[in-house]
Design a protein around this ligand. Sequence first.
Ligand SMILES: [Zn+2]
Length: 92
Amino acid sequence: MSNRGCSDSSCPFRSHGGMRTNGGCRCFGKGATMTPDERSQLRAWVHEMRVERDAAVAKLGRVIATLRDAPNALRMTQELLTDISSILRDKT
Ligand SMILES: [Zn+2]
């Protein structure tokens, strides 16, 4: 998605970086079907969706990392319970 959109700095379809222009985003056209305010609102929505998508992808990455470590946490818990069980058995 980062390579879509026009080269304008306000374009919500492009990631930051690279050569940018300042004439205004041209992705929604300048036809009579949308007013400048509607185009501006649409750009804001697209930008908001990208921010939310990026946040969701980052959160998913953290969940995956946690799940990858889950077997290790389970093994350590089992070892701890075995140790506690052994200690309790020795006390009785
Ligand atoms: Zn654009």
